[in-house]
Design a protein around this ligand. Structure first.
Ligand code: SAM
Length: 205
C-alpha cells in the first residue's frame, strides 16, 4: 500500500465517518449489543462511545495502524475492554462460535472480498448471534444506481477500494445470514449515491 492509502485515507475516513447524522446511526446500530463482540473494520473507533454497558469485550479487526492510533482518545474515554485482535476480516483468527454478536459499520464497501468476510463473521458467531450492520451500497432507485455505477471507479480510487454498488442484503443472505431487521434509507446530508444505507440485524444459523 502506498503513502496515500496508509496515511491519508484513514484520516479522511476518520473525519468523513464522524459527520452528519452518523452518531445517531451508530447509536441505533449498537443498540442491543451484549457479551463478547467482534467489530470488523474498526477504523478509528467511532463506535466505541456507543457500545452498551452489556458489552464485556470487543475484538477489533482492521488493517489500518493509523486508524488504531486515531482511536486512542475514544478508547481512553471508554470502560469497555477493546483489543486489536486481527487485521483482516476475510481471515479471522478466532475459533468457530466465539462471539455473542458482531458489528460492522460502513465496512463491507471496502473489504476486498465482502462475501468471504461475511462467511468468516458467520463462522465465529455463536448460533443465533447477530451481526449488527449499517452499510452503504447499491441504492433502491434505478436513477441513483446509474450514478453509482458511473462514480464507482472514482470512489474506489479516492477511498482506497470503497465500492458504491455492493448489494448489502444479497451479500448477507448469500453468506448464510437471516436478515431479521432492516431499514433502507438515504443518509441525511450525504449525496444519494454515497449514502444509500442499509441498517439492521443479520442472524447466524
Ligand atoms: C469506511 S471505513 C469505516 C470505518 C468504521 N467502521 C467506521 O464506521 O467509522 C472502512 C474500514 O474498513 C477497513 N478495512 C479495509 N479492509 C479491511 C479488511 N480486509 N478487514 C477489516 N477491515 C478492513 C478500513 O481500514 C477502514 O477502517
Amino acid at each position: 500500500m502506498g503513502f496515500y492509502a496508509t496515511h491519508i485515507v484513514p484520516r479522511i475516513i476518520d473525519v468523513a465517518c464522524g459527520m452528519g447524522e452518523a452518531d445517531e446511526l451508530r447509536r441505533r446500530v449498537c443498540e442491543g449489543l451484549a457479551g463478547e463482540v467482534l467489530e470488523i473494520g474498526f477504523g478509528s473507533g467511532h463506535n466505541v462511545p456507543f457500545y452498551p454497558d452489556a458489552v464485556t469485550r470487543v475484538a477489533a479487526v482492521d488493517p489500518s495502524d493509523v486508524g488504531w492510533k486515531l482511536a486512542e482518545k475514544r478508547l481512553r474515554a471508554s470502560s469497555t475492554p477493546v483489543e486489536r485482535a486481527g487485521l483482516d476480516g476475510q481471515s479471522l483468527p478466532f475459533a468457530d462460535h466465539t462471539f455473542d454478536a458482531a458489528l460492522s459499520t460502513w465496512t463491507l464497501c471496502t473489504v476486498p472480498d465482502a462475501d468471504t468476510a461475511l462467511r468468516e463473521v458467520r463462522r465465529v458467531l455463536k448460533p443465533g448471534g447477530a451481526l449488527h450492520f449499517i452499510e452503504h451500497g447499491l441504492a433502491p432507485d434505478e436513477n441513483v444506481r446509474r450514478w453509482q455505477h458511473r462514480l464507482d471507479p472514482l470512489e474506489q480510487r479516492v477511498f482506497d477500494g470503497c465500492h458504491l454498488t455492493r448489494p448489502i442484503v444479497e451479500l448477507l443472505t448469500g453468506a448464510g445470514f437471516t436478515v431479521t431487521e432492516l431499514d433502507v434509507f438515504y443518509e441525511k446530508g450525504a449525496p444519494k449515491p454515497m449514502g444509500a444505507d442499509s441498517l439492521g440485524l443479520a442472524v447466524a444459523p
